[in-house]
Write a protein that binds this ligand. Structure first.
Ligand SMILES: Cc1cc2nc3c(=O)[nH]c(=O)nc-3n(C[C@H](O)[C@H](O)[C@H](O)COP(=O)(O)O)c2cc1C
Length: 206
């Protein structure tokens, strides 16, 4: 990262910037079906992960870690999905197995955000889970500002303990998200959004 701060550096308390406001106001996921090459280079990905990791984290628990799936490792991950899917669905047809084989090949880079929350820590586990969610979203924003499309997915394999064990997760670890990163084949369209005013009340007391 060009301007990575070091300990004790004075940092801006805010970053007034219309370009950032525009980006946040138009934030949109790109579905993996619409994703293609290129993905972030190793150096760009390092920066995106640094940004992802720069989240509010009560008592600095660091309740998360990353697993990167890139290059040929994506096909090997797909083989695991396909095998596990086939084992669990003995009647699965060839198309379904092929879909599982291809899952991680839908984007150039996939990052698993692994939640390794500590229920015994003084910081409530709920807060640690929220921190992991913030990491996923920060990753999408960092990727977007770096010129890449992204989508936060879980899908069935995020909850399959056999798959997760094959990916190296410990029994107590969970997936916060698989963040698919690449380039959009075409720009996405706006989808229905909630009006913040419709879900906002102003507490007046009494
Ligand atoms: C924790 C989490 C898991 C998600 N998992 C899936 C998923 O498995 N499949 C899916 O189609 N969308 C999933 N989404 C939704 C997409 O990431 C994305 O929000 C959606 O495509 C809408 O696009 P938007 O982000 O532009 O609103 C998930 C979102 C979150 C926060």
């Amino acid at each position: 990262m060009k301007e990575k701060p070091v300990l004790g550096d004075p940092l801006p308390a805010s970053h007034p910037d219309n370009a950032i406001l525009s980006m946040l106001g138009k934030r949109r996921s790109t579905t993996v079906a619409m994703m293609t090459e290129p993905g972030p280079s190793p150096a760009q990905l390092d920066d995106i992960l640094e940004i992802a990791s720069r989240v509010p984290d009560h008592r600095r628990v660091v309740p998360y870690r990353f697993i990167v799936f890139a290059g040929e490792a994506r096909g090997r991950a797909g083989s695991i999905l396909s095998t596990m899917y086939g084992n669990q669905n003995p009647g699965a047809d060839a198309a379904s197995l092929a879909l599982e084989q291809q899952r991680f090949l839908r984007a150039p880079v996939v990052v698993a955000v692994v939640a390794k929350t500590d229920p015994a820590h003084k910081t409530p586990e709920w807060e640690q889970v929220l921190c992991c969610g913030a990491v996923c979203h920060n990753m999408l924003l960092g990727a977007s500002a770096s010129g890449f499309a992204g989508q936060w997915l879980t899908e069935w394999y995020a909850y399959d303990r056999e798959v997760l064990a094959a990916f190296g997760l410990a029994q107590e670890e969970r997936i916060a998200g698989f963040i698919y990163l690449g380039t959009a084949k075409e720009d996405p369209l706006e989808r229905p959004r909630v009006e913040a005013a419709d879900i906002t009340t102003h507490w007046q007391g009494g």
